[in-house]
Design a protein around this ligand. Structure first.
Ligand code: PAN
Ligand code: ZN
Length: 194
């Protein structure tokens, strides 16, 4: 039997969402995900600047066996055309693996969808805790003027399956309308055959 793993701790810097210590940081710029935004002309125009869209700070490496992974995500404020900055979004590879999101700062929207394309959205605001059941793809969108910062906790076995989402998109988009965030149907949404 392996030795017991050691208790551990990390600190969220609430002003910017960074973890210290962090086991790793992922930085996603527009060039890593330009095809995820619906206005491709606006995406191309903004590519010269190639802004950071979001960062993920991972708290620790996975233990063997049962393990929780956790990390903060910091989505910058901004838009590509009329669509707010957002994460790529993914299904979990282990289809029944769930996740919990806890919003620390900012405001936004959690977009979800089943494999069958049924949509569901929940608002993200400081103190909100969301449970994402297995089988629901998830994407966070920053609709505010400051960074959106949330903590996510998911089982090690979950894995991230990005392809399903990058091909079909989400059933709904979050766009600015008359200066306010609005949820609209995504005309480009497609569920692949099979
Ligand atoms: C989150 C996400 C994080 C970045 O930790 O991985 O917000 O989003 P993408 O992974 O879609 O780029 C999570 O849902 N983990 O499972
Ligand atoms: Zn996830």
């Amino acid at each position: 039997m392996q030795d017991a793993m050691m208790p551990r701790s990390t600190q969220v810097h609430l002003e910017n969402g960074a973890l210290e210590p962090a086991a790793g940081t992922i930085v996603r710029r527009l060039s890593d995900m330009a095809d995820h935004f619906h206005d491709q002309e606006a995406a191309r125009a903004l590519l010269a600047e190639d802004p950071v869209i979001y960062r993920v700070y991972m708290a620790w490496e996975a233990d063997e066996g049962y393990a929780w992974l956790t990390g903060t995500t910091v989505i910058e404020p901004g838009r590509v055309g009329d669509e707010y900055f957002m994460t790529k979004g993914h299904f979990h590879s282990a289809q029944d693996a769930p996740e919990v999101y806890y919003t620390l700062q900012g405001e936004g929207m959690l977009l979800m969808q089943t494999r069958g394309g049924e949509p569901r959205e929940l608002p993200l605001q400081p103190g909100a805790i969301q449970y994402i059941p297995g089988g629901w793809a998830h994407r966070a969108v920053n609709t505010g003027e400051a960074a959106l910062i949330f903590l996510a906790v998911w089982p090690r076995e979950a894995g991230h399956a990005y392809a399903g989402v990058s091909e079909r998109g989400f059933p709904r988009l979050v766009v600015v309308r008359d200066g306010h965030p609005a949820l609209v149907e995504n005309p480009g949404f497609e569920i692949e055959a099979g």
